[in-house]
Design a protein around this ligand. Structure first.
Ligand code: ADP
Ligand code: MG
Length: 379
């Protein structure tokens, strides 16, 4: 049954339209977004789709193939953070966030479906927010731009969900274009599309989903954020973005050892993003492989957001012929990416799968992704 038919069965009316928004991989630039720094994600060919209609009252009814049978009903009137728990907080949070930004909205009927793996570091949460945001933008005729919708989604995630994330995920989902990565300056929110030709270069971007859900890791994420704030305070800058590699020796003298390593990750990671963009524009994706490896080492040793499963995935992928590999997303689980010659995909996949089995880990899910188009209407 297609989504429109399921919508009719669930809500007894036809949907006004169908919109979708992609998940993402972050090619490089991890935890730099909330430090006013640089990121380089691309949207992947995995999407959250939403069938939607406006209501005449202020009730939101939302249902998801993720939780079949459930229809969650929420009254937008007087809605406050903390009033909703569970997955409905993402779609309803977007409508709340629109209202906080001064846009008067009505209730909606929403039916969600998704093939973005959940809690795998591929941003299934932003995919929901962005699908609902583009649907609401069109149905309520709000005329908001992509960068404006990014902030709507981020506010939903920060204040309704309570996850202190930056603008990386929503920007990737909303601003991406097929065959490109998005180079984003998280301070100015300016973005530029950078060609990311995989097929033409005989390359595959593999995702290795370790099946370790990162959802338990809100504490780790928040504590990294705090360390970055402390580092910026002590170094007397507005954000770590304002430090460069030449400031690191001074930072080493002023910061405690752990905070210094946190700061060093952000500073070197920003430099790696800028280097990756240059290499992509001059030589293509193959050239960025060593930066992926260096980024992983920095996250593992300095920022300490990797985990044994991610380290194994990255090490074995490299040993089996991947050109470069790193964990992607917030860390503490989730997925790694491995940039691989097409000819080596089978070997990398088999090697990682058998290494996980030998280590007694849950079997990973390994699949290829391509840079996909950002959020929009499909029907
Ligand atoms: P990630 O964004 O990396 O996948 P998050 O923890 O940020 O992980 O978001 C995952 C949460 O998003 C899930 O726990 C669930 O509440 C919600 N979610 C994801 N996909 C769906 C879906 N198809 N339908 C309903 N809720 C979903
Ligand atoms: Mg998320």
């Amino acid at each position: 049954m297609n989504l429109a038919t399921r919508f009719e069965a669930r809500f007894g009316r036809t949907p006004a339209g169908i919109w979708r928004a992609p998940g993402r991989v972050n090619v490089i630039g991890e935890h730099t977004d909330y430090n006013d720094g640089f990121v380089l994600p691309f949207a992947i060919d995995r999407f959250t789709t939403v069938a939607a209609s406006i209501r005449t009252d202020r009730t939101v009814r939302v249902s998801s193939t993720f939780a079949p049978g459930d229809v969650v009903e929420v009254d937008l009137e007087g809605l406050q953070p903390g009033d909703i728990s569970g997955w409905a907080v993402y779609p309803v949070g977007v409508l709340w966030s629109l209202e906080q930004a001064g846009h008067r909205v009505l209730g909606m009927d929403l039916l969600l479906d998704s093939d973005v793996p959940v809690g795998a570091g591929l941003s299934s949460s932003a995919a929901i927010e962005c699908a609902v945001a583009v649907a609401a933008n069109e149905l309520f005729d709000l005329g908001l731009t992509g960068p404006e919708l990014v902030l709507i989604g981020q506010r939903a995630e920060n204040e309704m969900v309570g996850a202190p994330t930056g603008i990386l995920d929503q920007s990737a989902s909303l601003l991406s274009s097929q065959g490109h990565a998005v180079f984003l300056d998280c301070r100015s929110q300016e973005s530029r599309l950078v060609p990311f030709p995989l097929m033409e270069d005989g390359l595959t971007m593999l995702v290795i989903d370790t099946r370790i859900s990162h959802s338990h890791a809100t504490g780790g994420y928040a504590s990294r954020r705090r360390s970055c704030e402390v580092g910026a305070d002590v170094m007397a800058v507005a954000a770590l973005r304002d430090l460069s590699e030449s400031d690191l020796s001074e930072a080493a003298g002023l910061l405690d050892e752990e905070t210094f390593r946190r700061v060093r990750h952000i500073v070197t990671e920003n430099a790696r993003v800028l280097a990756a963009v240059k290499l992509l524009e001059s030589q293509g994706p193959r050239a960025i492989a060593p930066l992926l490896d260096a980024s992983h080492a920095s996250m593992r040793d300095d920022f300490e957001i990797s985990c044994p499963e991610l380290d194994l995935a990255v090490d074995i992928a490299r040993d089996a012929g991947a050109l470069g590999a790193r964990m992607t997303g917030g860390g503490f689980g989730g997925s790694a990416i491995a940039l691989t010659n097409n000819d080596d995909v089978g070997r990398v996949t088999e090697s990682v799968t058998s290494a996980f089995a030998s280590a007694g880990y849950t079997a990973p899910a390994i699949f290829a992704v391509v840079p996909a188009e950002g959020a929009g209407r499909v029907e």
